[in-house]
Design a protein around this ligand. Structure first.
Ligand code: SF4
Ligand code: FES
Length: 249
């Protein structure tokens, strides 16, 4: 292989036609500024128009370009081909999701689970518009900002061995998003979310492998959110044991 090229081994699979996934090799230019996504776009534009993959922003914001690169869940728009030189570099669909075609996975399961944790601001009583907006101090914003950086890229689900074994597990990003709203000074819905996550498929499904936090490209720390929820549910169990219902809040 010439120094100015790198081989991409790309997973190919059309579930409606193929009996099992296969591999196809493509040689693409090895340029310092080219990402894995640039390599795939070169294949699509210049070599093989049938290759299917998702992307949109090319700047780590939309979350749609997640794939396994040499076995690691990565945003392909932020992963450089030169880091894998001299190659080959293997590109596969994210693990733990059904494949729609080639590198495109079906994330319907996540879309169905996400609303379960009520990821929106819940108020006991809405204040009227005439009273103005709900104000926050910079410190109050800082309290939840880290958990609000999620781009729904699904890398954490792909890395999570618990989700791989038990698809009923609500999963890392959904739990991190629940924590984002619990920590928001404008929100009063923590109790409702806790009632959802106290179930088996909530936080107790997690055995604290910590891979979700390691692979997260936005430093959201879903593993940290899960541990905080475990603490809350433990406190709730103690309260339920010691206090009459009316005094538990
Ligand atoms: S928590 Fe991180 S890895 Fe998981 S979906 Fe959000 S941004 Fe992606
Ligand atoms: S293309 Fe949007 S995050 Fe990679």
């Amino acid at each position: 292989m010439a120094d100015d090229k790198i081989t991409m081994e790309v997973a190919r699979y059309r579930p409606d036609k193929d009996t099992k996934p296969g591999w196809q090799e493509y040689d693409v230019p090895l340029r310092t500024e080219w990402t894995v996504l640039d390599g795939l776009n070169h294949v699509k534009d210049e070599i093989d128009t049938t290759l299917a993959f998702r992307w949109s922003c090319r700047m780590g914001i939309c979350g749609s370009c997640g794939m396994n690169v040499n076995g690691e869940p990565r945003l392909t728009c932020g992963t450089f081909l030169s880091d894998y030189a001299p190659g080959p570099v293997r590109v596969e669909p994210l693990a733990n999701f059904p494949v729609v075609r080639d590198l495109v996975v079906d994330i319907d399961d996540f879309m169905e689970k996400l609303p379960r944790v009520k990821p929106w601001i819940i108020r006991d009583e809405e204040q009227s518009v005439d009273d103005g907006e709900y104000l926050q101090t910079p410190e109050e914003l800082d309290a939840y900002k880290q958990f609000s950086m999620c781009i729904n890229c699904m890398l954490c689900y792909s890395a999570c061995p618990v989700y791989g074994l038990d698809p009923t597990f609500v999963g890392p990003a959904a739990i991190a998003l629940a924590e984002r709203y619990d920590l928001d000074s404008r929100d009063q819905g923590a109790r409702e979310r806790l009632d959802v996550l106290i179930e088996h498929e909530g936080v107790y499904g997690c055995t604290f492998v910590g891979e979700c936090t390691r692979v997260c490209p936005k430093h959201v720390d879903p593993a940290g959110a899960i541990q905080r929820y475990k603490l809350k549910t433990a406190q709730e169990s103690v309260k339920a044991f010691l206090l009459p219902r009316a005094l538990r809040r």
